[in-house]
Design a protein. Structure first.
Length: 339
């Protein structure tokens, strides 16, 4: 059995206890077969065989996804991407790109993570307000939600809305009236949810979703808000005690979800380490606050060990918050809110 086949057989069963061992196996594989990462390690004089802990792994700056094809391929396995995910951005920004070998792997993995947090997809109806992602195209978030819509087998297949707020409100009413056995989730980019509330303040349909999940993202369309202020405004407008959130990005195939109050819970396949913002070689599982490094065990075909530009805080219960962005870094599509 090839490394890839053997590894993918273990990924669905990964636990917090086994994640580090699986990650170190993947590190040595990618150190040999991911060309941009191998060159990065060589530039750092890193000898992969001497790395024994995740905290000793050098992480690849996430900006590499803007300029290079970050792919892992063994000799004789020159695979071609079936799909390309691109980050959101303005015309003046270079968009990151993630070359995807196996969209089914992404779909099955994303479903597994969602269901661990929220229960079976078949118990939900999904409606989405993601205008900028739809317009720019090649969005991993849109692709994931499209898969959730299909896999949920929800009767309402018209799930995406650009700026037709009236049609979305009508869809919320229809879903709630005709699908009483299902919970209803509205997934939206932050600025679009705020636009919806401003266009139809107090509309009864706004209180129909069982969960409102914001994906971040102001993108200069509205003033930036601290998380508490944003969630208070969304909560008041939608009549929600808590607002849910998703932490994900183009360069990752895993997600973390917050069931409220901005506290994210990462699955075993998504390891969160924090580093000193001025020292890229200081990742730690014990640090209380710092810049975020991620190990995404689903990134078998790209690079699993990424140094992000996000700032975070870890809590004693294992959850984490996203506090904002390092200075001079782009505000990302699934942007993180200061809090």
């Amino acid at each position: 059995m090839s490394f890839r086949a053997d590894y993918l057989s273990e990924l669905p069963q990964v636990t917090f206890a086994t994640a580090e061992a699986l990650a170190l196996r993947l590190f040595r594989h990618q150190a040999a077969h991911c060309t941009p990462y191998r060159r990065w390690l060589q530039a750092l004089n890193c000898r992969p065989e001497q790395v024994q802990r995740l905290t000793d792994v050098p992480f690849l700056p996430i900006e590499f996804f803007k300029t290079q094809d970050v792919v892992t391929a063994e000799p004789g396995d020159a695979w071609q991407p079936v799909q390309t995910f691109r980050s959101s951005g303005t015309t003046l920004q270079q968009r990151s790109r993630h070359l995807v070998r196996d969209p089914q792997l992404y779909h099955e993995h994303a479903r597994r993570i969602f269901e661990q947090q929220y229960g079976p997809l078949t118990g939900w109806t999904f409606l989405a307000l993601l205008p900028s992602y739809l317009e720019q195209g090649e969005s991993s978030l849109v692709d994931m939600v499209e898969h959730f819509v299909r896999a949920s087998q929800q009767p309402q297949q018209e799930a995406f809305f650009l700026r037709d707020h009236a049609a979305l409100l009508a869809a919320l009413e229809t879903a709630k009236r005709t699908q009483p056995g299902r919970r209803l989730m509205l997934i939206g980019v932050t600025y679009a949810l705020l636009d919806l509330l401003a266009a139809f303040p107090g509309h009864p349909a706004l209180r129909l979703p069982d969960a409102v999940l914001e994906t971040g993202g102001m993108k200069g369309r509205r003033r930036e808000m601290i998380r508490e202020e944003l969630h208070a405004e969304l909560g008041a407008g939608f009549g929600q005690a808590v607002i849910h959130s998703e932490y994900g990005m183009t360069e990752l195939l895993s997600q973390a979800y917050s069931p409220g109050h901005g506290r994210f819970w990462a699955p075993p396949a998504l390891q969160i380490l924090l580093r000193e913002p001025t020292d890229p070689f200081s990742p730690s599982f014990e640090r209380a606050a710092g810049a975020i490094n991620v190990v995404d065990l689903a990134n078998i075909d790209s690079c699993a060990f990424l140094e992000t530009r996000d700032l975070g805080r870890r809590h004693p219960d294992g959850s984490f918050e996203v506090l904002g962005r390092l200075d001079n870094s782009d505000i990302r599509g699934c942007s993180q809110l200061a809090g």
